[in-house]
Design a protein around this ligand. Structure first.
Ligand code: TXA
Ligand code: MG
Length: 355
């Protein structure tokens, strides 16, 4: 039987929470993307998450906590974070980030305690923690009575789901329940930030909280993996990710500025165009004059709004993937500010060579 999509009524939340307590996994909405949730403190649940997603166990999971965890001391009391391993400066900077960005799309990587199973962290001495702000995610955490580990609810390496229907497409034959929380507000995953023992901040994955926003709290070091140049500096930050089934090509410049048409575009007739910086009509006509083909085109935002573009990114990639096209061509955002940086990171990985 395929998975059932459940409205988040109190009865259905209780049903999903019971499944979590039986070490089953459940599709859960968050404000970023849908997650595949299981009990973060139960190794059997964690094993099921990896198995269901076909995810390699070297790629650690994010632990989702309830509204009450407003300080590092609280995360320590729950047995998740080892506050004693952080300097007073590091604790202070983590508390300021929590105060400013939780609940919301920021994941903090902090030293872990033994209660967190090694499977959750792929054997690392640190654990990734976030407090989602979606009311259904919070209701499920409260009803389950345990923090929830939840990677994005897609099969490994594929496009992240931003609706309950997307989760059904990805994992419908492998799970029983998907809680429906509507379309995700933000549309790209959380920003992953490591807090070092001395209080430095390293960006491991760009996401829903922009670097400009973070830097109002403290300086952030961008690792080469978050720039997309090294395939794997942080675990799980693989070069190829978020990939459609169809081949995908990322142009070297926006359609307005593009000078040279890549050779691999020549001779292609059925093209899906993901316009990220250019309104649809203009994108189609520029593409037609550059390449000589009228593409099927989706523009992420007619007005160039990066929040709207992020919200529509994964569903638009999914839609183009489902069309009768042999190649998806994506336009770079052209602006690495705000959510532009996270969108550009996803496009780069979606178009990266696959093994
Ligand atoms: O928005 C999100 O973060 C979504 C929703 C469902 O909350 N979740 C998500 O999970 O994107 P996932 O598993 O697809 O990505 C988790 C990322 C991985 O890139 C992993 O490498 C990193 O977090 N991560 C987890 N634990 C880590 C750790 N201890 N050190 C460094 N990176 C870690
Ligand atoms: Mg993912």
């Amino acid at each position: 039987m395929p998975a059932q999509i459940l409205k988040p009524t109190p009865e259905n939340l209780a049903l999903a929470a019971e499944a979590i307590r039986r070490a089953e996994v459940v599709g859960m909405p968050t404000e970023t993307v849908y997650g595949l949730a299981g009990d973060a403190l139960n190794s059997l649940s964690l094993a099921r998450i990896f198995e269901t997603k076909e995810r390699p166990t070297f790629d650690p999971l994010i632990v989702h906590v309830g509204f009450s965890c407003k300080r590092v001391a609280e995360l320590d009391r729950l047995g998740l974070v080892a506050a004693s391993k952080l300097s007073p400066e590091a604790r202070e900077v983590a508390d300021r980030l929590i105060e400013r960005f939780w609940p919301g799309p920021l994941t903090l990587v902090l030293p872990k305690q033994d209660l967190v199973p090694d499977l959750a962290t792929s054997g690392l001495p640190t654990v990734a923690i976030r407090m989602p702000r979606h009311s259904v995610a919070q209701a499920l955490i409260a009803a389950s009575g345990t923090p929830l580990a939840a990677p994005s609810a897609n099969r490994f390496g594929r496009i992240s789901p931003t609706s309950a229907e997307n989760v059904l497409e990805e994992l419908g034959d492998r799970i029983d329940w998907i809680l429906d929380g509507g379309h995700c507000d933000i549309g790209v995953e959380s920003t992953v930030l490591a807090v070092t023992e001395s209080g430095g901040l390293q960006l491991l994955r760009p996401g829903g909280v922009s670097i400009e926003e973070l830097e109002k709290t403290a300086p952030v070091e961008r690792t080469s993996s978050s720039k997309g140049t090294a395939p794997q500096v942080a675990p799980g930050m693989l070069a190829s990710h978020y990939a459609p089934r169809k081949p995908m090509l990322l142009l070297s410049d926006t359609l307005e500025r593009l000078k040279n048409v890549p050779n691999s575009l020549k001779g292609q007739k059925k093209i899906g165009l993901l316009a990220t910086a250019t309104p649809e009509k203009r994108a189609r006509s520029l593409f037609q004059s550059l390449v000589g083909v009228d593409p099927r085109c989706i523009s992420l935002s007619e007005s160039g709004d990066l929040n709207e573009a992020a919200r529509k990114l994964f569903q638009s990639l999914r839609a183009l993937d489902g069309l009768d096209v042999s190649l998806i061509v994506a336009e770079p955002v052209g602006r690495e500010e705000g959510l532009g940086y996270a969108i550009q990171d996803r496009l780069r990985r979606a178009a990266a060579p696959r093994d």
